[in-house]
Design a protein around this ligand. Structure first.
Ligand code: UDP
Ligand code: MG
Length: 308
């Protein structure tokens, strides 16, 4: 059996079309399917729409979360709960083409454990989103290990072995792309063209994406912390060298009154650098603090599942 994992947040407008498209695709595939839909604290009628579909189709299971926990948490809930031999997380806005599922399953039967879907054409995303995404992948892969493959979203097929491995990762800050990459396994990559959202609006604004990027970097790299060691070292060394130079100069040429402006500049520069360093420390400390509470990643209000 294959589990299709659908995180839904305010998606009432697209769900009908989504189920129509995905049933068309799955009807042609011999494997059995289940649809694990996570209602991530939607404020519209997403839950009612899901329930209507579940009445008609017993393969649809609904996990209703107590509030909006974010896509990463919703996906975690679906991964924890799904029972398939493989799982495919997919966005319900049809930006991830369901037609790719049959190809993924083909490759899975060939023995691959992870089948990635790479977006070759992101022209449906704005220029700003594309360039910032590119910058993020560059920076992340420069300082983090393992690298996350560029332009690969959460849309992928993962084998049961991978699902079980992911369940072992208990951290409460969950950057799914990074966790997927961290787990490893035998991987195959398929290419596809990213469609525009079929209807409704994107649930990710610039600020949410910025936070996701920080999440990704701080979850998988401590390079921003180590940076201060070298930066501090370099500054201390130059200060020492400069001090030595002033000392020699004073002995040879006597005392003079140096510039006032340069002094102010230096004070501001180092004040800023120190605050930046403390800020980065704080970022990691805050994460350690949250992690140490060991709160669950999500809270389930109710699970709707037909008895069969
Ligand atoms: N989503 C979610 N919780 C959130 C935000 C998004 O479950 O807090 C789901 C959303 O319903 C969709 C998927 O994550 O199925 C991707 O969201 P969206 O299409 O808005 O992101 P984009 O494609 O613009 O990156
Ligand atoms: Mg989308």
């Amino acid at each position: 059996m294959i589990s299709i994992l659908c995180p839904c947040y305010n998606e009432e407008a697209v769900l009908d079309l989504f189920f129509e498209k995905i049933s068309e695709v799955t009807a042609k595939i011999p494997e059995e399917f289940e649809f694990v839909c996570v209602n991530d604290g939607s404020k519209d009628n997403t839950l009612e729409v899901l329930k209507n579909h579940a009445e008609k189709d017993s393969r649809i299971k609904i996990i209703d979360l107590s509030r909006n926990f974010g896509k990463e948490a919703a996906l975690t809930a679906a991964i924890d709960y799904c029972k398939g031999d493989a799982a495919i997380p997919i966005d319900v806005d049809l930006q991830d083409p369901p037609e790719l599922i049959s190809k993924m399953i083909e490759k899975w039967r060939e023995g691959y454990e992870v089948i990635l879907a790479r977006r070759t054409d992101r022209s449906s995303d704005s220029y700003l989103k594309r360039t910032t995404a590119k910058m993020f992948y560059r920076l992340h892969n420069l300082i983090s290990n393992p690298e996350i493959p560029e332009n690969v979203g959460d849309f992928r097929l993962i084998d049961r072995k991978v699902i079980n491995a992911l369940k072992e990762l208990k951290e409460s800050h969950r950057f799914m792309k990074g966790l997927f990459a961290w787990a490893g396994f035998k991987t195959f990559t398929l290419d596809y063209k990213r469609n525009a959202r079929s209807s409704g609006t994107s649930k990710f604004n610039g600020w949410k994406l910025w936070n996701l990027a920080i999440e990704g970097i701080t979850s998988f790299s401590t390079a921003p912390l180590t940076l201060w060691l070298y930066l501090g070292g370099a500054i201390a060394f130059s200060a020492f060298a400069y001090g030595f130079w002033i000392f020699i100069r004073t002995i040879i040429f006597g005392i003079e009154l140096p510039g006032y402006a340069s002094l102010v500049c230096l004070i501001l520069l180092f004040g800023g650098l120190q605050l930046l360093g403390v800020g980065i420390l704080g970022e990691y400390l805050g994460r350690t603090y949250i992690e140490s509470k060991q709160r669950p990643v999500y809270i389930i209000r109710e699970i709707y599942e037909s008895e069969s």
